[in-house]
Design a protein around this ligand. Structure first.
Ligand code: SIN
Ligand code: FE2
Length: 276
């Protein structure tokens, strides 16, 4: 499961087993990986509400995947208040990518410089009432894109709807993000371990949507040197972390070579935040 991920608890399932169909074998392998502890499946009192929100979203997305609540492994808990919602944005990917293109036409992707003087390998832009950026003076939000000299493009309605539905499926109702930071990763680009700490609201979740090439997401603890989970993320996956997990360290390992039918050799990531 990704770089250096944990080994399967039921090692012998790696070899063909005469009594099992291929599909059953694949499902058992998946469960074995989950049970091993890379991603926990703990139930909690809000699970029923989240199941309903998840199932309603998936029905609205016209994915003929479930008649009822999705199987538990489709929504994986990373920590209290932190969830991976597998495939949550998949049906909307085309629209999201088109919106990204028109946002970038007004506020182009750029490689920001950190206060320490390093140029980031990830290219960024924003939409919403404010946008996040960095220069030698520090990290901050501002209403005007310093590159275009104009306000950041408004957040498309589709973005807001998706972010709200994802937050709700992760147990956070009435989510009202005012910024979406858009990251563009070329092969080799990475995001070192960090906390999202420039926002005023430190409870509302970060909602993060993965599009294009796959990535290994690092999800750590509230202090930098806690061990990190390695979470494989593919096109259409959404991660939401808020409440007690809002300030957890996270990052992205260097993107590996690949060719995605919709994005070529790139990964895009939308991160929604409540900044002001
Ligand atoms: C971020 O931490 O801002 C982005 C995470 C990601 O690209 O998955
Ligand atoms: Fe982040």
């Amino acid at each position: 499961m990704g770089d250096g991920g944990s080994r399967c608890a039921i090692g012998h399932l790696r070899t063909p087993h005469p009594g099992l169909s291929a599909a059953r074998l694949a499902r058992l392998r998946m469960l074995a990986i989950l049970w091993k502890g890379d991603i926990s499946l703990k139930r909690d009192p809000d699970a029923r509400t989240r199941d309903r929100a998840y199932a309603a979203h998936m029905r609205g997305a016209n994915l003929p995947l479930f008649d009822d609540a999705p199987p538990a492994e489709m929504r994986e808990q990373l920590a209290p208040g932190a969830w991976v919602l597998r495939g949550f944005a998949h049906a909307h990917a085309d629209v999201l990518l088109r919106e990204i293109e028109s946002i970038a036409a007004a506020s182009p992707f750029r490689h920001l410089v950190t206060p320490g003087g390093k140029t980031m390998s990830v290219a960024m832009t924003n939409c919403g009432a404010v946008g996040w950026f960095s220069d030698r003076r520090g990290y901050r939000y501002a209403a005007i894109d310093p590159e275009s000299g104009k306000p950041w493009p408004p957040m498309p309605e589709r973005f807001v709807r998706l972010a709200r539905a994802a937050a709700s499926a992760a147990g956070f109702d009435d989510y009202a993000p005012d910024v979406c930071l858009i990251n563009r990763y070329e092969v080799g680009a990475r995001l070192t371990l960090h906390q999202d700490q420039d926002e005023r609201d430190r409870h509302a979740p970060i909602v993060s949507v993965s599009l294009g090439l796959s990535a290994t997401f690092l999800f750590g603890g509230l202090v930098r040197n806690e061990p990190q989970r390695r979470v494989p993320l593919v096109h259409g996956d959404v991660v939401a972390w808020g409440g007690p997990s809002r300030m957890r360290y996270h990052g992205v390992l260097p993107i590996r070579v690949g060719d995605h039918p919709l994005t070529g050799a790139r990964r895009y990531n939308l991160t929604f935040r409540v900044a002001r």
